[in-house]
Design a protein around this ligand. Structure first.
Ligand code: FMN
Length: 337
């Protein structure tokens, strides 16, 4: 039996649900071509960051000798990034190159948190040929006077602004730390998101004990991290039936991909495991997914997708709080604590 792996994500027809998530691996044409050859269905380019756009704009102003003193400090402190994370113009050029070299959909990514001119890059990204835009909103609120409603409004205002400036599908990538995620997810879609990418991994700070300074560090994800999108996609799938849902964080093998499809993901994204094992690992995951579907008599991803969403699973309470005490009891007896 052959299985039909096709899916629809952000109104894009994908040959299978595996998407290469935004990372340095999607930042060179050589690795994009390897990902495509290995069978990935779409790619998300590394983000173009608000900070890069602002830096670029300030530098242009400085070249014209405007505000030279005022901006000197911010220009001096801008970090050097690898080629994959390029200047805004180089980003648009890379997007055009990727579009001309690949036949799979190319999704661009904008990453920011505040209102400003950087949002206009959404239109330029559309003009450069992106099939869709992923907007990564990464904001850490520290002001005690800012309420969760204020934070959510900041996100929805940005989504509405980007939505107004482009026609291509728009996905919004967020973290999982919102107190009322189902309501907020609904607000994001009302503001114009066609899809949600769940979830962004924040850079958690650490302390360098030698230098006594705080050092945010990017570490590879762990497979158990996929349980967070698993829970929330199961809950959101039935509430947002027409919204595309992509799972990201901790997808490292075909079993996890199958689980995320079962709860209702339209697409499953991978970054760390492709960096670790190389782009060709896509074909291993696809083969594993196909084999599992055949063994379990699934004919298509369409049949599989959402069949264990919150409404479709008999033990929905396990997605919430109900089994908390029982699970604790099992843990304590297993480890004889
Ligand atoms: C080195 C690295 C760079 C990343 N850069 C971006 C980025 O530019 N934009 C973005 O939205 N996500 C970025 N991510 C996050 C990934 O797209 C992905 O959401 C996250 O790593 C969780 O998925 P994973 O467990 O499959 O790695 C990056 C991840 C890694 C490891």
């Amino acid at each position: 039996m052959s299985v039909d792996l096709s899916t629809v994500y952000l109104a894009l027809e994908l040959k299978n649900p595996l998407v290469a998530s935004s990372s340095p691996l999607t930042g060179t044409i050589a690795s994009l071509e390897r990902l495509e050859a290995a069978g990935v269905a779409a790619v998300v380019l590394p983000s173009l960051f608000e900070e890069q756009i602002v830096h670029d704009q300030l530098e242009v102003e400085r070249l014209y000798d405007l505000h030279a003193d005022a901006y000197a400090e911010s220009l001096d402190y801008f970090p050097e990034l690898n080629d994959q994370y390029s200047t805004p113009n180089a980003y648009l050029q890379r997007l055009e190159d990727a579009k001309s070299r690949l036949s799979i959909p190319v999704i661009a990514s904008l990453n920011g948190s505040s209102d400003g001119g950087w949002v206009e890059y959404a239109r330029r990204i559309e003009q450069a040929g992106a099939d869709a835009l992923e907007l990564n909103l990464y904001f850490v609120p520290t002001d005690p006077d800012m309420s969760s409603a204020d934070v959510e409004k900041r996100y929805t205002d940005l989504v509405a602004k980007v939505r107004d400036s482009i026609q291509i599908p728009l996905a919004v990538k967020i973290g999982d730390q919102f107190s009322a995620l189902p309501h907020f997810a609904g607000q994001l879609t009302l503001a114009g998101a066609d899809g949600l990418v769940l979830f962004n991994r924040y850079l958690e700070p650490d302390i360098d004990l030698e230098k006594l300074h705080i050092k945010p560090e990017l570490v590879f994800s762990q497979p158990t991290e996929a349980r967070v999108p698993l829970r929330w996609i199961a809950i959101l799938r039935d509430q947002l039936p027409t919204v595309s849902l992509a799972a990201t964080s901790g997808v490292q093998n075909s079993a996890t991909a199958a689980k995320l499809l079962l709860v209702g993901a339209d697409a499953v994204m991978m970054a760390c495991s492709l960096i670790v094992h190389g782009p060709e690992y896509v074909s291993t995951v696809l083969a594993g997914l196909t084999e599992w579907m055949e063994e379990n008599d699934y004919e298509s991803v369409g049949q599989l997708r959402g069949s264990m969403s919150r409404e479709n699973t008999p033990d929905a309470s396990a997605l919430e709080r109900a089994n908390y005490v029982q699970t604790l009891a099992e843990f304590t007896s297993r480890y004889a604590i």
